[in-house]
Ligand binder design. Sequence first.
Ligand code: ATP
Length: 205
Amino acid sequence: MQIVAEQVGKKYRKEWIFRGVSLELSAGTSYTFVGPNGSGKSTLLQLLAGSLPATEGKLTYRVNGHALDLDDWFRHVVVAAPYLELIEELTLTELLLFHQTFKRFKSGLTPDQIADRLLLTHARHKEIKYFSSGMKQRVKLGLAFFSEASVVILDEPTANLDRQGAAWYHEQVRQLSPDQLLLIGSNVPEEYDFCPNILDVTRWK
Ligand SMILES: Nc1ncnc2c1ncn2[C@@H]1O[C@H](COP(=O)(O)OP(=O)(O)OP(=O)(O)O)[C@@H](O)[C@H]1O
């Protein structure tokens, strides 16, 4: 799996958030986009995820050297981010069952096993709307960690997590498969201390 960005730029109204982003991001490693608040990390991750259109430039998704149709690309990517909402009316078990209908979990993990791995066994039958912000964040991360996907995108992964949650994040993120491509948006060094490729988005201002 490879994401290729060629001279990609994003403009909101009259303001360019970034321009001239040219990157080849390949599976088997991780990349972290860093930069101050408002510098464009989330915007760039959303472009790379295919959920926001670029204003200029081209993004290509390749599997084994072949370009993927954008309609197929969504099968390959999972995103956990503060701006993505969970379905609040569902219980955790219902949410996991629903998720499974469009994205399989790794190695046939069942919803109960996922709840155990999220350290949320006790909350399986509780509606998501009654979860604390840290519990919701663990669910979002878990959906990303435990789904079959070639590309895992994590924006501000430890937002709302306490020390135990942050330790859980570190344990899980290190267990991602070497075949997966991991992209992180962060300005918290502890979130990406294992990551070999750090890209400051202000270089594209
Ligand atoms: N929908 C939008 N319309 C107009 N401007 C936007 C929109 N979304 C983001 N922006 C602007 O784009 C810039 C980059 O925002 P972005 O959220 O990507 O930054 P960030 O680096 O992720 O910030 P943070 O660290 O605070 O999460 C900001 O100036 C923001 O105001």
